[in-house]
Design a protein around this ligand. Sequence first.
Ligand code: NAD
Length: 491
Amino acid sequence: MEVLKNYIDGAWTPSTSKETIDIVNPATQEVLAKVPYGKDTKKDVDLAVASAFKAYQEWSKVPVLKRVQVLYRLKSLMEENTEVLAEIITNESGKTYGESVGEIQRAIENIEVACGTPMLMAGDVIEDIATGIDEMMIRQPIGVAACITPFNFPSMIVFWFLPYAIATGNAFVVKPSEKVPMTMMKIFEFIDQLDIPKGLVSLVHGGKDSVDAILENPVIKAVSFVGSTPVARYIYSKGTANGKRVQAQGGAKNPVVILPDADIEMSTKIIADSVYGCAGQRCLAASTIITVDDQKRQIKDALYETVKSRTTGYGLDREVNMGPVITPESKARITGLIQKGLNEGAKMLLDGRNASIAGYEKGNFLNPTILEDVALDKELIKTEIFGPVMSLISMKNIDDALKFVNSGNYGNMACLFTGSGANARRFRNEADAGNIGINIGVAAPMAQFPFSGWKDSFFGDLHGQGKHAIEFFTQTKVIIERWPNIWSRKF
Ligand code: NAD
């Protein structure tokens, strides 16, 4: 069985660690490969960082116009290899082939935005800020940066950071989720073809030990993290305590409100896609659906009809629209939470717990579940389920709905379905979340905009993507200067 190598100093390098864990296809339970794990992975990180620092010293002197040329090449390689990449993503993460192609497209869009770095990192100048004195601000790279990413988007999330980091002149270390590291192995075959200094971009595997090595290595100046809230909080506090710049995106519990003036057919289809897309394993998955006024019955029936026709199965079968969840432990956690909701008084409208897919009986499958009348003061309504489960609740009016939306600990996304501009305007102004959808079910910011979580969904200041990423990976320098014209000086 293949043990994955790291990519360090421009070469495929076996890990110093002899310990490994299995990478498992969630639909079949087939072991795809083994990934290095354990405390010795710390040495791998330190080797990668030493080489990255040397590469940074060379790369930061390369003109930005030349630096972005490698991104054009990377974009082409990603486009030419979309099919093979999508198959790898589906096999290791379980999502459908279409969902895999979609996330590669989002990754490519971030490369495209970062190709604009020669404009985006431009500074400012004020001539004659005082008589004969000019002042300017320039942006310089920070050095070596690293990202630590989750299992649910094996390709896309790394690209919220990597293209911006290298375009602005930094070196970059990637630590993917140990559950889905094979997608990055393929992407690093493309990175290996780029005309960049050895060690500029490295891949290191592992779990908590390699993460701690990143947080402890003094050469790393910035850390980008995406994952669950407890780990995000840990990364932020440890990373900043060690003097690093940190952006840490955490978990979510996303409410969606449907007002009586919404288009019910359109809304319910969009909401079902949001709840059950990627088997509910998206940080922007709708989770709690709030109906307002007397439309509960109609919305409930429409949701039920839309949801029950969805097909679950192996993501490479093209007619399937929902794959398995990532691990058997995850499946057990989700079914446990459903049971908890029922114990807390919720009613079962659609029970997806007994999914069995012919030919894939060992897979971690769950069918869509709908719970209604979920208790507002109990655990299920507050906990991130990260699985294909919808909780339906109803409120008297938009005031109560907004109060509920703002009562949660998370602030990743809140959505409203309505036909009223006035209600939409009020919601986008008053909802406490960093990403707002109006008649949109997955309010994922495109690459031009920051991925803006709030509250327990984000720790830090500058977010991933777009101009925020350019700011995160650069430090500003302000220069004030005087150049007396010695030729016209009177002595
Ligand atoms: P996770 O927090 O378990 O793992 C994320 C990364 O952290 C992995 O690389 C892992 O190796 C590392 N890690 C895990 N435990 C650690 C520990 N104790 N110390 C140090 N490092 C550790 O997350 P996951 O299960 O892979 O991903 C799902 C979570 O990610 C969900 O909560 C989801 O909402 C969140 N997520 C958030 C966003 C966002 O933009 N806010 C996007 C995608 C996923």
